[in-house]
Design a protein around this ligand. Structure first.
Ligand SMILES: [Zn+2]
Length: 183
């Protein structure tokens, strides 16, 4: 599993077998429940137990703004900021031609069909600030161009409380080029 090496895995397995057999049984049940009931949301592809996830089903959200992210954990992170009230689209990855991951593998064909159908006022590309994330964002921007929608990319730069001298050169360069007017 990601983030768990063989030694940690061994430790977890032995712990459940020796010290917490009840906990182990609970884990089995929870996993079984998850595999049986959790599916992808029909609109945003995020995990849900229903046809639509709570965000897509909520009348309080603005369906005209779409935020495209790589992973469900990105949705959680953005939701925690409480600064976004639109809808999401979860790619479950990014374009990576070297690994054989093309547009259809991350649901871009479905996204294109959705963009054509839905009257979006803005699409926010919130893929990771990595080479693959940038490539994916560019691809989506090109794909959405004919529909004449405002396409934005999340800003990148200096972390809050950070000091300039400790920020790497490319981040600093991006922060400079993405500067905004104060007054
Ligand atoms: Zn959804």
């Amino acid at each position: 599993l990601p983030g768990v090496g063989p030694k940690s895995a061994q430790r977890l397995a032995f712990y459940l077998l020796q010290r917490d057999r009840e906990g182990g049984k609970q884990l089995i049940n929870v996993l079984q429940q998850a595999y049986e009931h959790i599916r992808h949301c029909d609109l945003c592809r995020n995990f849900t137990e229903n046809t639509l996830c709570t965000i897509c089903a909520s009348p309080k959200r603005d369906p005209s703004i779409l935020c495209v992210v790589e992973n469900p954990t990105d949705v959680i992170a953005i939701e925690q900021t409480a600064h976004f009230h639109g809808h999401y689209y979860v790619l479950f990855g990014h374009l990576s031609p070297l690994d054989g991951i093309g547009p259809a593998d991350i649901g871009l064909d479905i996204l294109e069909a959705r963009i054509a159908k839905q009257q979006y006022s803005e699409i926010i590309l919130a893929t990771n600030p990595t080479v693959q994330g940038d490539t994916t964002a560019h691809f989506i921007a090109e794909m959405a161009k004919p529909f004449q929608i405002k396409i934005t990319r999340i800003a990148r730069g200096i972390p809050m409380g950070g000091e300039l001298e400790y920020v790497d050169g490319s981040t600093l360069a991006r922060a400079l080029s993405g500067r905004t007017e104060l007054v």
